[in-house]
Design a protein around this ligand. Structure first.
Ligand SMILES: CC(C)(COP(=O)(O)OP(=O)(O)OC[C@H]1O[C@@H](n2cnc3c(N)ncnc32)[C@H](O)[C@@H]1OP(=O)(O)O)[C@@H](O)C(=O)NCCC(=O)NCCS
Length: 432
């Protein structure tokens, strides 16, 4: 049976709008190799990438057969079969505070050809995707972004942040716990097999993580097995097994030589995933104590990473922080009732939304177990919250008082913080 997100017709409102510009918006037929390849080439070009080799096109297509691909076509283009704009969406599970995962609309592959930019095509695509998600009954849309200036206007807002670390390993002395278990060098195929279960355990524990199947390109990319991953040969992979021999973590890294000084290698840590504190400490120690390495760089790390507490020099670690996962709430009762809260209580929130999806006043009543019943109310609001702020508050990692300072929240921000702030910072460990 066809999945609902594949069966749903193209959004009529945006299609009609684009038709007035003599553009055709339609679903890409992933069963048609040529149609898919033309779309895929447009996406790659939109992100400034090189054209994909012909021998990769079938593998790329195989990975998106269950995804909803949209193209916008201009019959007057020199290559009319190639879309001038694209989106790539699929339903994925987003973990919320408390560990419940809610099916959400993952939006990716948003491109508009250089020849067709700044005439409102992306706006039509984005608004269409929000209506599509809403029609599918998905309460949340989400994306990771190339630029942080694009998506606020559509109601998205940063909800999970990430850090890039640069570590001077010569300044580091390990003061963290001694660990049990052992570390193995493993092959990509071994990690492909063993690593996904670790990722799944972590996903259940961390608000902000997003499901990605064990046979999907998003997972394979993390371990250097993604389609066209020409850096794979440079990657080293290690796995941490606990005392019972159960894989509990892994790291993927690359060593970059300083030709002038062989003791001055840089270790680029692509991924370090640990399901237990033991695996976390063992893998970081392994990375930091590598001979001939003076610098470790680590991309996409959680903002509450304990690392600096496990070494004796806090300032050995330089931190850059970026927004990472952007969230857009479409259905306030469904989204807010799917997470848990720090304390019991009641707050009435008026939500404003220029696009209308989330507009309303809602009573959030949290019981002693931290579970919320959320319903529309005529009651006077304790706080008024823009839909962007709702997205940021949803994962528990952004303070309502901070958002109040920026005008996204008015009213009782302290009350919102008491309920919404989470003791575990949300985090997403990959790009999509
Ligand atoms: C980003 C991109 C999709 C925008 O497409 P576009 O069709 O030119 O955008 P639109 O004309 O529909 O613009 C919609 C709104 O976004 C704004 N906007 C568009 N691109 C923007 C950018 N790069 N930075 C800030 N604002 C931007 C427009 O000013 C417009 O604002 P308004 O409607 O509030 O007046 C396109 O420039 C692109 O493909 N970029 C390269 C790939 C990329 O980065 N994609 C995003 C992936 S997350």
């Amino acid at each position: 049976m066809t999945s609902p997100h594949l069966a749903l017709p193209i959004d009529e409102t945006s299609a009609a709008h684009l038709a007035r510009q003599h553009l055709t918006m339609r679903l890409v037929d992933t069963a048609d190799a040529a149609d898919h390849t033309a779309w895929s080439d447009a996406v790659t070009r939109g992100f400034l990438g090189p054209a994909a080799p012909a021998d990769q096109t079938e593998a790329r297509r195989a990975h998106v057969l269950d995804d909803r691909l949209v193209g916008v076509y201009d019959e007057t283009s020199a290559v009319p079969a190639e879309p001038v704009a694209s989106t790539h969406c699929w339903p994925a599970e987003l973990t919320l505070p408390g560990g419940h995962a809610v099916s959400s609309w993952a939006i990716s592959g948003v491109t508009v050809s250089q020849t067709h930019r700044r005439r409102g095509i992306a706006r039509q695509l984005l608004e269409a995707e929000l209506r599509t998600a809403s029609a599918l009954g998905l309460p949340i849309a989400m994306l990771t972004v190339s630029e942080s200036t694009i998506y606020s206007r559509f109601g998205f807002s940063p909800a999970a942040f990430a850090r890039d670390l640069t570590i001077s390993t010569r300044r580091v002395r390990w003061t963290g716990p001694r660990t049990t278990g052992r570390i193995h060098h493993v092959t990509p195929d071994q990690l492909r097999h063993d690593g996904h279960a670790v990722v799944e355990r972590v996903r259940a524990l961390r608000a902000g993580e997003v499901s990605h199947p064990a046979d999907g390109n998003l997972w394979l990319r993390r371990i250097g097995l993604g389609i066209g991953d020409d850096n794979a040969k440079n990657l080293r992979l290690v796995r941490h097994d606990d005392g019972d021999g159960v894989p509990q973590g892994f790291a993927v890294y690359q060593l970059v030589e300083n030709e002038a000084d062989f003791t001055d290698h840089t270790l680029r840590l692509h991924t370090l995933v640990a399901a237990t504190p033991d695996a976390y400490a063992a893998l970081w120690r392994f990375v930091l104590e590598m001979d001939l390495v003076s610098t470790v760089t680590a991309h996409l790390r959680p903002v509450d990473e304990p690392l600096r507490w496990l070494i004796d020099d806090f300032r050995a670690v330089h931190v850059d922080e970026v927004d990472h996962l952007w969230v857009r709430v479409l259905d306030v009762p469904a989204a807010l009732s799917a997470r848990t809260y720090a304390t019991s209580g009641r707050v009435v929130v008026r939500v404003t939304d220029d696009l209308g999806f989330a507009t309303g006043t809602y009573a959030v009543e949290v019981d002693d177990d931290g579970r919320a019943a959320v319903s529309a109310t005529d009651g006077a609001p304790d706080a008024t919250v823009g839909v962007n702020a709702v997205g940021s508050l949803l994962l528990g990692g952004v303070s309502a008082r901070t958002l109040q300072a920026a005008g996204g929240v008015t009213g009782d921000a302290e009350r919102l913080d008491e309920l919404f702030r989470s003791p575990v910072e949300p985090f997403l460990s990959f790009w999509f």
